[in-house]
Design a binder for this molecule. Structure first.
Ligand code: NAD
Ligand code: UD1
Length: 329
C-alpha cells in the first residue's frame, strides 16, 4: 500500500512515517517546510534505511496536488499538514482558516477525483472544549476559544459530509490528546521555533538552560494538586495509532480518541521529568492561562475495541525520550 503523508516532516507526521515503513507501507511525503526542515527527511532515511519520496509542495495548491496524484497510485492519505499554534491562531485567524481549511478541502477533493477513499485526519482533543472528563467520541462538541480549534471542528464536519455523500469513503477523524516524547533514536522529535507554548517543549528548554524557569499556569484548579491535568501520549504510540487506523478502517466516518486515558498534572510531569532525567526544573506558579481548562483526558475504549490499539509507553518513557532528543541536538 502506498500512503501519502501530508505534513510528513512535522513532529507527528515524521514519527508516523517511521511507524508506517516499519509495518511495510510505502510512503510519499508532501510538506511545504513551513514548520519543518529537510534535515528531518535525512533523519527519517537514516532510521528506516529507505529512500523516501519527498515533494516540497503546498497541499492547498490544487494543481500540484493533482500532479502528485497523477504520479503515484495512492491507496490512502494521512493528512497532518496544517498550522497548530493556538495563540497565533487568535492573532492571525485568516492565516489559520485559510491553511487548515484549504489543505483539507483540496486534498479531499483530489482524493474524490482519483478514487482514493482512505482518509485519515489529524483532529484534536480541543474540539471537546470543557466537557466532563473522560471525553468520549459521542459527546457534543463545545465551542473552542480559538480559531485553531474551530478549524479542526470544521474539517471534521467537511470530511463527515464527504463520507456521507460518498459511501465508498473510509474516513478516520483522530482526536489527539497531548503528544510528547520522541523516537528512541533521538534523531527526530519536537523542536518548536521560538519560545515554546506547550508544556514539554518548555520544560526541555529549561532543562537545557535556555530558559530560566517554568511558569506553571495556575495551581487553583479543582485537580489533585491544583495544576492542569492532561492526557500525555508518547508520539510513537500516537504514530502506531495511525497505522492501526489504516489497517482497520471501514467505510463511513469513524472518530477515535488517541490518548492513554490517564490524566497527569503539570506538577506530576515536572516531578517525573526530574526523577527520570536527574535534572532539577525550577518553576514558579503564575496566573492561569486564558482559555485553559482544568481537565482533559480521553476515554480510549473505542480505539482499543475497533482498532485493537492502545498506548504502551508510560510517562517515564515520554520524559526520557523528550529530553534525549533535545539533549542530542
Ligand atoms: P507540525 O507543525 O510539526 O507538522 C505539520 C507539518 O505540516 C509541518 O511540517 C509543516 O511544514 C506542514 N505544513 C503546514 N501547512 C502545509 C501546507 N499548506 N502544505 C504542506 N505542508 C504544510 O505539527 P504536528 O504537531 O506534527 O501536528 C500535525 C497535525 O496534528 C496538525 O494538523 C495539528 O493541528 C494536529 N494536532 C497536533 C497536536 C499536537 O499537540 N502536536 C495535537 C492535536 C492535533
Ligand atoms: C494544547 C493546545 C490545544 C491542543 C492540545 C493538544 C494551547 C493553548 N492549547 O493545549 O489546543 O488541543 O495542546 O495538543 O496550546 N502549562 C504550564 N506552563 C507552560 C505551558 C503549559 O503550566 O509553560 C500547563 C497548561 O496550563 C496545561 C498543561 O501545562 O495545564 C499542558 O499545556 P499545553 O502543553 O500547552 O497543552 P494544552 O493546554 O492541553
Amino acid at each position: 500500500m502506498t500512503i501519502l503523508v501530508t505534513g510528513g516532516l512535522g513532529f507527528i507526521g515524521s514519527h508516523t512515517v517511521v511507524a508506517l515503513i516499519e509495518e511495510g507501507f510505502k510512503v510519499v511525503i508532501a510538506d511545504n517546510l513551513s514548520n519543518s526542515s529537510l534535515e528531518v527527511l535525512s533523519s527519517l532515511e537514516d532510521i528506516t534505511k529507505e529512500n523516501i519520496p519527498f515533494h516540497e509542495i503546498d497541499i492547498a495548491d490544487e494543481k500540484v496536488v493533482i500532479s502528485l496524484f497523477e504520479e503515484y497510485d495512492f491507496n490512502g492519505v494521512i493528512h497532518f499538514a496544517g498550522y497548530k499554534a493556538v495563540g497565533e491562531s487568535v492573532s492571525e485567524p485568516i492565516k489559520y482558516y485559510r491553511n487548515n481549511l484549504l489543505t483539507t478541502l483540496t486534498l479531499a477533493d483530489v482524493c474524490k477525483k482519483y478514487g482514493v477513499t482512505k482518509f485519515i485526519f489529524s483532529s484534536s482533543a480541543t474540539v471537546y472544549g470543557d466537557n466532563n472528563v473522560p471525553f468520549d467520541e459521542t459527546m457534543q462538541l463545545l465551542p473552542t476559544t480559538n480559531p485553531y480549534g474551530e478549524t479542526k471542528a470544521i474539517c471534521e464536519r467537511i470530511l463527515t459530509d464527504l463520507a456521507n455523500a460518498n459511501t465508498d469513503f473510509e474516513v478516520a477523524l483522530l482526536r489527539y490528546f497531548n503528544p510528547i516524547g520522541a523516537h528512541p533514536s533521538a534523531v527526530i522529535g519536537e523542536l518548536p521555533k521560538g519560545i515554546p507554548n506547550n508544556l514539554m517543549p518548555y520544560i526541555t528548554q529549561v532543562a537545557k538552560g535556555n530558559l530560566k524557569e517554568l511558569q506553571i499556569f495556575g495551581d487553583d484548579y479543582p485537580t489533585q494538586d491544583g495544576t492542569g491535568v492532561r492526557d500525555y501520549i508518547h508520539v510513537m504510540d500516537l504514530a502506531e495509532g495511525h497505522v492501526a487506523a489504516l489497517k482497520n478502517i471501514t467505510t463511513g466516518v469513524h472518530i477515535y480518541n488517541l490518548g492513554t486515558g490517564q490524566g497527569t498534572s503539570v506538577l506530576e510531569i515536572v516531578k517525573t521529568f526530574e526523577s527520570v532525567n536527574n535534572i532539577k526544573i525550577p518553576y514558579k506558579i503564575v496566573d492561569r492561562r486564558s482559555g485553559d481548562i482544568a481537565f482533559s483526558y480521553a476515554d480510549v475504549s473505542k480505539a482499543k475495541k475497533e482498532l485493537n490499539w492502545s498506548a504502551k509507553r508510560n510517562l517515564e518513557n515520554m520524559c526520557r525520550d523528550s529530553w534525549n532528543f533535545i539533549q542530542a541536538l
